[in-house]
Ligand binder design. Structure first.
Ligand SMILES: [Zn+2]
Length: 169
């Protein structure tokens, strides 16, 4: 397991229960460069393609009145868990009644972390859809992410199925 970057992913659940219209839409990306926006968009297009439908609208001004998800890139200290300094948290999703906010660590900009980006974003989007953590380390909703290449097609399709069910898509 040496040379593997373990990334702890967090979820903070503020509230849930209100009706949310899915597919959700990405309505903002704070501190995102053009490259970041392209990477986010491509990750969502890839997820939609795998699903054979539309789980998320990758870019929107909110006019569709779908469940809004906003993204931001933050200093890793902002989302670092205080109880376990051995791990680096890559991202944190906060699910509110009327929107979901995903904070992504700027550590994801490092070239050596490029292969984690999609897995981290999909995981956090899963939280926005209401998914909780899985105990099986093979799964995308396991709290610690692997590189995207480590996930089998079967695992990805299972994630999509659970995503759909949770979001009532
Ligand atoms: Zn998580």
């Amino acid at each position: 397991m040496q040379n593997v970057l373990w990334i702890l992913i967090g979820l903070m659940l503020v509230a849930c229960g209100e009706q949310r219209r899915w597919p959700a839409e990405i309505t903002g990306c704070v501190d995102c460069s053009t490259d970041d926006q392209a990477q986010v968009k491509q990750s969502i297009i890839d997820l939609n393609e795998k699903s054979g439908g539309t789980l998320l609208i990758p870019q929107s001004d909110g006019a569709n009145k779908r469940f809004p998800i906003d993204l931001s890139f933050v200093d890793p200290k902002v989302i670092q868990p205080t109880d376990d300094s051995r791990n680096t948290r890559a991202a944190l999703a906060t699910l509110y009644d009327d929107h979901c906010s995903i904070q992504l660590s700027k550590e994801l900009h490092k070239p050596e972390n490029a292969n984690y980006f999609k897995a981290v974003l999909w995981h956090e989007l899963g939280h926005c859809a209401g998914l909780v953590h899985d105990k099986d380390e093979k799964e995308i909703m396991f709290p610690i992410t692997q590189k995207i290449q480590a996930y089998s097609e079967e695992v990805i399709l299972r994630f999509i199925n659970e995503f759909r069910n949770s979001a009532h898509l």
